[in-house]
Design a protein around this ligand. Structure first.
Ligand code: AMP
Length: 595
């Protein structure tokens, strides 16, 4: 066996199907450059007559050199007018020769709204293919997963239609509602406790309640617990904290809580529910305790690992996951986006800090923009580098060309090369560019925070008060986490300083200015808690500067950090807090109407 061949101390593939999947990974990664060349050629051949490629006079060329010399690198904003035309109903082949089947709504936003990513029907097969590789890799490291089930908290989100009648919804909602997921063949290595009816219920409370109830019934069978993001799994634990009495009651009586009104769920649960007083007693005895440390392994004693993304912004949740699970392994299996699914982790049992993803060369054509943190938009003037030519240790921004017609599109993710599997590199996810604050899938940048503060501070005018300085913090000590904004105020008339009521309204005004993914998280998903303003003493931000200078910052170049997380700075800020204020209502959010 070649040194680089996928193998683990545990030996051979678990079954024939796994052997084929692992063989596929070997072939793709061994021939990464040739696969990339043929992917590009296939995309350019089929899309040769699209308006977009004709615009750049590619003249039917399908080779790398012509492509690189003629097609520019673009951002979403560059493509927005074209995307809007498609959304408005233009069915001509603009980006892709294959009809655009729907839009996938990214958690990345543009002008406050989710970005619309065009996709084509066959992309579903490509995504399915990547999913089909995950368990064969996992089975190499963790035998016996066919002897039990996975408790995965999976959810759909609301969907809308564009003016031209195309569906617009998140990629996972699209996948869970597809036949690929709904009518998947039985696979002993991929049995979930959650019924499809619960996963597909659009009401997040009813969906979570039912998934938790099923997970509790089958607590002995559960071998792995997961959600897409770490924040989602913690929300499930919080849900259990808030609802265990009602869940235990249902288990005791074998009846379903009347709050669960979805007829599909009620129909399927009627077949599952049966009275089990012993289990109900057990759940009550565990949940009534004040100490919830290791609650996951207490309730689901056979859990071998947690499957959640803990890379990128999600790393902030690792200590809390460890607390609730007694340090169970945290497995990050894949790296994907609405634009395209990228790759998988070939060493899933590694520590979170060592997670690397191997990009699968068959998914799209990948290029890498050397990342220069000193340049204004992070891009270096160097040329784009091909997948197999990236260098270990260097950082790059990911640029993709997809079957659905995105050409040389900047994803905005910064990746660092950590090594190679055969000739395919693997990457550590470093961060997403320009993200200041993130609790769940929301991403707030500096400009968005600035306009939120500006908008909210208008309410202070009547009080002759201004915001002198501000910074922010993603507080994940509460579940769900929430944004904290530290404000230093200049109150010009101390007899008329802003009241608690006004500062609470400022919290809401800020929330109403933040982007739609944030507001959806607050309203529909309940994945983000109310925004908090902490008013700090006058002079606090000067102290912050003194502190930074004492640690070597240049006095001329010092800028107030718009987001903080470093403990000594947090301690300084928190020790100067005069008052705290929370948003008292939900911000405005309705499923977006796409103009
Ligand atoms: P979306 O388009 O909303 O699906 O978001 C996709 C983005 O989520 C990616 O571009 C990354 O920034 C982030 N993401 C996806 N998978 C991972 C992962 N495994 N680790 C860290 N960040 C990820």
């Amino acid at each position: 066996m070649a040194v680089d061949t996928l193998c683990s101390p545990l030996g051979p593939p678990a079954c024939e199907k796994d052997a084929k999947a692992l063989q596929f990974i070997e072939e793709m990664t061994r021939n990464a450059d040739a696969v990339q060349e043929s992917v590009l050629s296939e995309i350019l051949t089929r899309n040769a007559q699209t308006e977009y490629l004709r615009l750049y006079n590619l003249g039917g060329a399908t080779d790398r050199e012509s492509f690189k010399s003629k097609i520019p690198m673009v951002t979403y904003e560059d493509l927005q007018p074209i995307i809007q035309r498609i959304a408005n109903g233009d069915r001509s082949p603009i980006l892709s020769a294959h009809p655009i089947s729907e839009f996938l709504t990214s958690s990345g936003t543009s002008a406050g709204e989710r970005k619309l990513m065009p996709t084509i029907r066959e992309e579903l097969d490509r995504r399915q293919l990547l999913y089909s590789l995950l368990m064969p890799v996992m089975n190499l490291y963790m035998p016996g997963l066919d002897k039990g089930k996975g408790l995965y908290f999976l959810f759909v989100k609301s969907e809308t239609k564009t003016p031209g009648g195309l569906m617009a919804r998140p990629v996972l909602t699209s996948y869970y509602k597809s036949d690929h997921f709904k009518t998947r063949a039985f696979d002993p290595y991929n049995v979930y406790t959650s019924p499809n009816e619960a996963i597909l219920c659009p009401d997040s409370f009813q969906s979570m309640y039912t998934q938790m109830l099923c997970g509790l019934y089958e607590r002995e069978q559960v071998l792995r617990l997961g959600a897409i993001f770490a924040s989602g799994l913690l929300r499930a634990i919080r849900f259990l904290q808030l609802n265990w009495r009602e869940l235990a009651q249902d288990i005791r009586t074998g009846t379903l809580n009347p709050k669960i009104s979805d007829p599909d769920i009620r129909g399927c649960m009627a077949r599952v529910l049966r009275p089990n007083p012993k289990l109900s007693d057990f759940i009550e005895s565990e949940c009534v305790k004040d100490n919830w440390e290791r609650i996951i392994t207490r309730i689901w004693p056979n859990t071998k690992y947690l499957e959640v993304i803990v890379t990128g912004a999600m790393a902030q949740y690792i200590p809390t996951l460890d607390y609730y699970s007694g340090g169970l392994p945290k497995v990050c299996t894949m790296y994907a986006s609405s634009e395209c699914y990228f790759g998988l982790n070939l060493n899933p049992m590694c520590k979170p800090s060592e997670v690397s993803y191997t990009i699968m060369p068959n998914m799209a054509y990948f290029e890498f923009l050397p990342h220069d943190p000193k340049s204004p938009n992070g891009a270096s003037k160097d040329k784009l580098v091909d997948l197999v030519n990236v260098e270990v240790g260097k950082e790059y921004e990911l640029v993709i060309t997809t079957y659905a017609g995105l050409c040389r599109y900047r994803v905005g993710d910064i990746l660092q090369v950590t090594g190679f599997h055969n000739s395919a590199p693997h990457f550590r996810f470093v961060r997403r560019q320009n993200v200041l604050l993130s609790i769940d899938s929301d991403k707030t940048d500096e400009a968005e925070l600035q306009s939120a503060v500006e908008n909210a501070s208008k309410l202070l005018k009547d009080f002759n008060t201004t915001v002198v300085e501000y910074t922010s913090y993603a507080d994940t000590n509460t579940i769900p986490g929430h944004y904290v904004i530290y404000w230093e105020l200049l109150v010009k008339d101390s007899g008329n300083s802003p009241t608690n009521d006004v500062l609470e309204q400022c919290c809401l005004a800020m929330e109403n200015t933040l982007n739609s993914v944030y507001r959806q998280g607050r309203v529909e998903c309940n994945s983000i808690g109310p925004l908090e303003i902490r008013v700090v003493k006058n002079g606090t931000f000067e102290e912050l500067m003194d502190y930074a200078i004492s640690r070597g910052a240049s006095i001329n170049q010092y800028k107030v950090p718009r987001c903080v997380s470093f403990t000594p700075i947090m301690e300084l800020l928190d020790s100067r807090v005069l008052s705290t204020h929370f948003s008292q209502s939900l911000p405005h959010w309705t499923p977006e109407r796409r103009r």
